[in-house]
Ligand binder design. Structure first.
Ligand code: ZN
Length: 198
């Protein structure tokens, strides 16, 4: 009788997401945005601001978000675009519906994502925060792959910066912004970020 050899392959662990000294993620696709400047002298990154965005609103998978953040959104391509094409905005990161990570601005720089804002009495959140956009809409459940990548990213950011809080855009600009919206499951994110017990 022939004995079958069983080959046990070591399961390949997901590569570790890491943020380098300039604030770039090793696993992100880079799409450089000119919409950034320097953080104020002495600013420390202590906050993560979570956003939700889709362009056109409610449609996923297109090029609109990356076009907006790189100043090449065609105002004629969609009725909604005419009103926003001239904006000069960005975020450090975008997490697409499939969990893909895109980076527009190094975290050492100030991205233009929060606008007029404050958190725990500290104004101008852009000065001291990292902005993470999730491709989505306020009332559409975010994807499992997005929660997983967001949690990996927040953990990686915590290893690089003294992050104290993760807040939504609607929390730092109440009355003006609502994203990432009621569809964003904060308890789910907090569970993923909780120290693993084993
Ligand atoms: Zn936002």
């Amino acid at each position: 009788m022939r004995r079958r050899r069983t080959v046990v392959r070591a399961r390949k662990a997901a590569p570790r997401l890491a943020i380098d000294a300039a604030g770039y993620a090793n696993l992100a696709r880079r799409v450089p945005s000119p919409n950034h400047d320097s953080r104020p002298a002495g600013a420390t990154v202590t906050l993560v601001v979570v956003h939700g965005i889709s362009l056109p609103p409610g449609e996923f998978g297109g090029d609109g978000i990356e076009a907006l953040f790189t100043n090449r959104l065609d105002p004629a391509a969609h009725p909604y675009y005419a009103g926003i094409a001239a904006l000069r905005v960005s975020a450090h990161f975008l997490i697409r519906r499939d969990g893909t990570l895109v980076q527009f601005v190094g975290c050492g720089e100030r991205a233009w994502h929060a606008g007029e804002s404050s958190w725990r009495g500290q104004l101008r959140c852009n000065d001291y925060s990292v902005g993470i956009e999730l491709e989505g809409a306020d009332d559409v459940p975010y994807a499992t792959a997005q929660y997983a990548m967001l949690a990996r990213l927040v953990r990686a950011l915590r290893r690089r910066y003294p992050i104290v809080d993760v807040a939504g855009h609607g929390d730092v600009a109440p009355g003006r912004k609502t994203d990432p919206g009621t569809a964003f499951d904060w308890p789910r994110l907090h569970r993923l970020l909780a120290p693993r017990s084993r």
